[in-house]
Design a protein around this ligand. Structure first.
Ligand code: RTP
Ligand code: MG
Length: 137
């Protein structure tokens, strides 16, 4: 079984979509191994997205991620990383397929409702960034 790290981003949480997104996660067969609401600081968001630190949207991205509460999760399934990326859809909601989280709940490339790890190594960094081993028992 594979694990991935997921976020219901501040836009989707503030809009009241967390319940619908979680219902879809269960309906697709993921096991929710970890889940908590948190309000990321700017510094925490910068550390989380450090791979993008040279990108022009880094300031905007980390302002947004620290603009309100979000829900962070660890999801488990066979092929969880790709399975969750597929369910999220394309980064830009305008390009995302019908029925995906970003198509349904995203409003712009910046405010795109959800995050998901993009590779095993990424999940191995992102999961322990927010969860201790004890929280994932
Ligand atoms: P994520 O990491 O959040 O799951 O998204 P992703 O893999 O689909 O996209 P990535 O390239 O990793 O970008 C991270 C997040 O940065 C924001 N972004 N803004 N303004 C822009 O051009 C732009 N490009 C990316 C998005 O919120 C994206 O999810
Ligand atoms: Mg990414």
């Amino acid at each position: 079984m594979e694990r991935t790290f997921a976020i219901i981003k501040p836009d989707a949480f503030a809009a009241g979509h967390a319940g619908k997104i979680l219902a879809r996660i269960y309906a697709e067969g993921f096991k929710v191994v970890g889940l908590k609401k948190l309000y990321m600081s700017k510094v925490e968001a910068e550390g989380f997205y450090y791979v993008h630190k040279e990108r022009p949207f880094f300031g905007e991205l980390t302002d947004f991620m620290s603009s309100g509460p979000c829900v962070v999760m660890v999801l488990e399934a066979a092929g969880a990383i790709k399975k969750w990326r597929d369910l999220m859809g394309a980064t830009n909601p305008a390009d995302a397929a019908a029925g995906t989280m970003r198509k349904e709940f995203g409003t712009s490339i910046g405010e795109n409702a959800t995050h998901g790890s993009d590779a095993l190594e990424t999940a191995a960094f992102e999961i322990p960034y927010f969860f201790s081993g004890l929280e994932l028992l």
